[in-house]
Design a protein around this ligand. Sequence first.
Ligand code: NI
Length: 181
Amino acid sequence: MRVKGTMAILPIVIYPHPLLREQALPVETVDTTVQQLIRDMIETVHAAPGIGLAAPQVGVARQVIVVDLSVGEDPAALHALINPEILAAEGLAVEEEGCLSLPEVRVEVPRATVVTVRGLTPEGEEVILEAEGLLARVFQHEIDHLHGRLILDYLGKAQRDMIKQKLRKRQREAMKQVAQS
Ligand code: NI
């Protein structure tokens, strides 16, 4: 996509923010508001730095994702998709993943190795992409976000409870520090 106009780095919401568990709504009209959101999401994911970001992670419960394995190095590697859905998936591989909303957490996540994804471009045109390997994995991770699913959900219960407890404790400590300052 061509990136024009002003951009802003948006704050990324951190687990256990409730928005991370919400079902994001489809975008009905691709208008300048959505295009601005996409520009800001691109700026935000590059600044993080990260390779993918979903709108709920910046506080917007809408079906928008950006993926850029090059982290801003290669404009051709940038994918911004509205209302993305996985049409077909094959293969299976387990790899470690992180998430900008779950700092310092790494989880082994099984994913399809090849996916076909359909969505709308920032110009409102339908596209169908085939992705494999890491790109396929990141699409699946970001589309999970649109349905309130997080990498934590791929853990066994005991491990998940342990990590959740640690994250909540860290959040309480962060809030205590804010209260004291
Ligand atoms: Ni994530």
